[in-house]
Design a protein around this ligand. Structure first.
Ligand code: ASP
Length: 181
């Protein structure tokens, strides 16, 4: 939905010491009722991080994210069902939320450094970097593709196409529009 292109800013991070953190800021939904509290400031709904599993920040139709306890549900699937962060985020965003009728997506990183950015809406502005040289951005199209950059001996940067492991991501080909690539 349009709301995924309209102003929520989220960030997740994993540091070298293994600390996971998540932050989410939003103006809420367009035309919202005065006093409405969305999912963004509710830990476990739109935002959650714990060092034993993952960090998650969500955007979308908050009422549904609260009902599904989206961010904590992703953590629970990792903790109790042993899924990795990509599988867990896909299960919640592409299955559970879709069944409820909730539109939106999440950015998430696992304690192993894997990154997931699934969305069931038309688009979600997103980007990711890691210490091994991954740099990926996207707006619409494939939920998860970009370019992996490697330093070559001359000091220049070489790129090769990179495709994430999300089962919902189409093959990284022409549909993958990486403005940096
Ligand atoms: N999730 C936010 C809310 O429901 C809105 C957004 O993500 O744009 O308040």
């Amino acid at each position: 939905g349009r709301e995924s292109l309209m102003g929520t800013v989220g960030a997740v991070a994993l540091d070298a010491a293994g600390n996971l953190a998540a932050a989410t800021s939003t103006g809420g939904m367009t035309g919202k009722k005065w006093g409405r509290v969305g999912d963004s400031p509710i830990i476990g709904a739109g935002t959650y991080a714990a060092n034993d599993c993952c960090a998650v920040s969500a955007t979308g139709h908050g009422e549904f994210f609260i009902r599904a306890a989206v961010a904590h549900e992703i953590a629970s699937l990792i903790r109790y069902r042993g899924l990795d962060v990509v599988e867990a985020a896909d299960e919640v965003v592409m299955q559970q939320l879709v069944r409820l009728g909730g539109s939106g997506g999440v950015i998430a990183v696992g304690r192993d450094g894997r990154i997931a950015m699934p969305f069931n809406s038309e688009g979600m502005l997103r980007g990711a970097m890691d210490s091994r040289g991954l740099f990926a951005t996207g707006t619409k199209s494939a939920p998860w593709c970009g370019r992996r950059r490697r330093r070559v001996s001359s000091g220049r940067t070489a790129s090769r196409p990179f495709q994430g492991t999300s089962p919902t991501a189409p093959p990284c080909g022409r549909a993958c529009r990486d403005p940096t690539g």
